[in-house]
Design a protein around this ligand. Structure first.
Ligand SMILES: Cc1cc2nc3c(=O)[nH]c(=O)nc-3n(C[C@H](O)[C@H](O)[C@H](O)COP(=O)(O)O)c2cc1C
Ligand SMILES: [Fe+2]
Ligand SMILES: [Fe+2]
Length: 394
């Protein structure tokens, strides 16, 4: 199924409601869309392809409008396979087409697929005329890969923004911001930003500034996942600016693991002590909460509190996994508090602390280690830690 966006510009993307985990990591309770756009002018261009298993459905969408063998330009803003998997197939169908992308994307293309179509390497702000319509290419490195760019359709003022301004959630036949449930879009775009783009927040800020500095009108933002914004294109740009801004919020997140409940009891005591001090607390059990929800709530938290039982002399595996995520997502520096329980020799808290120190996070004192159940002294320490967290959030 296709949708006309404006005269001569069509949505030809697909919905994926099969994949359970995006990037093999993040749950997709509402699916995800791989957006692709067809521009029919004297020349025909398609912006992005789709993930490989959806090739036929995508070609069907294009066939409703034109014969895909007539495509002149395949514009690839980004080489990630959710947008390029169909490239080897379309290359066979449209052997005279030219791939349009950045120099870096061309190198990626050769290592991923080695498709031998003609190619046109575009410089930053270079233009390509399709007849009555003009494409302008805006390099946007690290949004979120090094080779990425956005494509701007000058006459219609549509920004094909690639993964930037995207959202999880399949479209189900709806397309525009005035047709979808925006409360769900807000939740799913924030979760998308937090999981996919957190490591590159400064490039989001830079990308937004670059688009603003170009002084171009934006009537529509058409990303590569999620809805097209026509009613209020600034909504998503402003949300992204807010979600990727360096100011943290005044709440704390407690992320803990537990096998038999000993560590949870410490977590709950700390939560109660914090709330008595007026601190807003979000709490996640790493065995129960969806990892993408944990990271989404952690990205903006003023203080992160980690609680780990010792498991075979190491931190609890799912908690340890989160600490690794803090590193690879380059979570902004902020105070971190730490507690944990153990049965005999311990090791969970010690190794977590070493890792946090190596990552240059400030670890709030006291770090609480509880053997079995908290002693009176450890109960007192929980109160003291709550004081320190409350102060850090002031
Ligand atoms: C599978 C397993 C492995 C454990 N490994 C260790 C260990 O290596 N060192 C230690 O001091 N305690 C170890 N413990 C004990 C727990 O760390 C301790 O009982 C802790 O209080 C459990 O908290 P929880 O009930 O919240 O999971 C282990 C417990 C389990 C169930
Ligand atoms: Fe991507
Ligand atoms: Fe993507």
């Amino acid at each position: 199924m296709h949708r006309e966006i404006t005269q001569g510009v069509y949505y030809v993307g697909v919905d994926d409601t099969h994949t359970e985990l995006f990037e093999g990591l993040w749950a997709l309770p509402f699916g995800v869309s791989y957006n692709s756009y067809l521009i029919v002018d004297e020349k025909i261009a398609v912006v992005e392809t789709v993930k490989e298993p959806w090739t036929e459905e995508w070609l069907d969408n294009i066939r409703e409008i034109i014969d895909p063998s007539k495509i002149d330009y395949i514009v690839l803003n980004h080489m990630e396979p959710d947008h390029t998997g169909a490239l080897p197939h379309i290359a066979k169908i449209a052997p005279n087409a030219t791939i349009v992308y950045t120099e870096r994307a061309s190198k990626f293309q050769k290592s991923f697929y080695d498709v031998t179509l003609k190619e046109r390497i575009v410089e930053d702000l270079e233009e390509l005329s399709l007849g009555s319509k003009t494409l302008k290419f805006v390099h946007a490195p690290f949004l979120h890969w090094p080779e990425t760019m956005m494509t701007y359709l000058v006459e219609d003022q549509i920004l094909f923004s690639c993964d930037a301004f995207g959202a999880f959630g399949a479209l189900g036949g709806r397309l525009f911001d005035d047709e979808v449930d925006m409360a769900l879009v807000e939740k799913e775009s924030k979760r998308y930003v937090s999981t996919i783009i957190t490591s590159y927040f400064k490039f989001v800020q830079r990308g937004i500034q670059k688009v603003k500095d170009l002084g171009i009108g934006i009537k529509m933002v058409a990303p590569s996942h999620g809805p097209v914004y026509r009613k209020d294109p600034m909504w998503v740009i402003n949300k992204y600016a807010e979600w990727s801004s360096p100011e943290l919020e005044k709440y704390c997140i407690i992320i803990y693991g537990t096998m038999y409940g000993f560590n949870r009891r410490v977590a709950m005591k700390l939560k109660r002590q914090l709330e008595e001090r007026g601190v807003r607390v979000i709490i996640h059990n790493v065995s129960v909460s969806e990892p993408s929800e944990v990271i989404t709530d952690a990205v903006r938290a003023g203080v992160i509190v980690l609680g780990t039982p010792t498991y075979d002399a190491f931190p609890f595996p799912r908690l340890w996994h989160f600490v690794n995520e803090m590193q690879c997502k380059r979570l902004q520096k902020r105070p971190v508090a730490l507690f944990g329980t153990y049965g005999w020799g311990g090791g969970g808290v010690k190794k977590t602390r070493e890792m946090l120190t190596e990552m240059k996070f400030e670890v709030l004192e006291p770090v609480i280690r509880v053997k079995g159940r908290p002693t009176d002294e450890e109960e007192r320490q929980i109160g003291e830690l709550a004081d320190r967290i409350a102060e850090a959030l002031k």
